[in-house]
Design a protein around this ligand. Structure first.
Ligand code: CDP
Length: 225
């Protein structure tokens, strides 16, 4: 049985990470959340009060980002500190698209992602994984869902995480729309489906259905390889 690379790209709230995690578990693969790496860089730029692109680029050399498995799932570490909760804060979400549009940031993260995925048997989710990071991946999924459904999912996620109610559906819809626009229109490695990606519209689909679809495709490839 061969090991393959599975890439799951798509816009915010399309269900990528929830699905990728379960698919990895079902196949006995490693799940890699590439967005967490861009969020870690964003957190570092805030902590260091970076004001210019030059300062951000300079900071990159001193950052050591790691993703480690723990009983609570995958955790993100920045220079040895567990920052998994902090990188989900709204302040990070509002700044991450800008930080991830910087060429040097992308080069550093893509290198790290390729190193982690070099041995295969991984499911990596993000924006450019099938187009740039692993253009030769055996299975590429591009997940989409209606903006209404994506905003609703994100709101539910936030409600379960934060005790007080911080946003409403209109605000979240606007935030997601803005982030998708920035991610799809940036100059370097924009969000777009790879030519050989399978489009999966998850509007109205359950998580179980999404996972079954991908696992089935993966198993066909694993047994053919
Ligand atoms: O909120 P969501 O889970 O959809 O996003 P994420 O996967 O945590 O990614 C946060 C941000 O990082 C995205 O909006 C992109 O700006 C950036 N990103 C990227 O540029 N390339 C990737 N491969 C992954 C994320």
């Amino acid at each position: 049985m061969e090991s393959i690379i599975i890439t799951i790209d798509g816009p915010a709230g399309s269900g990528k990470s929830t699905t990728a995690k379960i698919v990895a578990e079902l196949l006995g693969y490693i799940y890699v959340d590439s967005g967490a790496m861009y969020r870690a860089v964003t957190l570092a730029t805030i902590r260091h009060k970076c004001e210019t692109i030059e300062q951000i680029i300079h900071l990159l050399d001193s950052l050591h980002i790691e993703l480690k498995m723990s009983p609570q799932g995958q955790r993100t570490f920045l220079n040895g500190e567990d920052i998994s909760e902090e990188i989900r804060e709204p302040i990070i979400t509002s700044k991450v698209s800008f930080i991830s549009s910087i060429k040097e940031v992308r080069t550093a993260m893509v290198d790290l992602q390729r190193k982690i995925g070099a041995k295969g048997s991984i499911v990596m989710d993000g924006r450019d994984i099938g187009t740039v990071v692993f253009p030769h991946a055996q299975l590429k999924i591009f997940m989409i869902a209606s903006i209404h459904e994506r905003a609703k999912r994100r709101l539910d996620q936030m409600k379960s995480k934060y005790s007080e109610h911080i946003s409403d559906i209109t605000e979240i819809t606007e935030q997601i729309t803005n982030r998708d626009y920035a991610d799809s229109h940036r100059e370097i490695d924009p969000l777009k489906p790879a030519d050989d990606a399978i489009m999966l519209d998850t509007t109205g689909m359950s998580i179980q259905e999404q996972c079954d679809f991908i696992v089935k495709k993966a198993q066909q490839l694993i047994f053919i390889e």
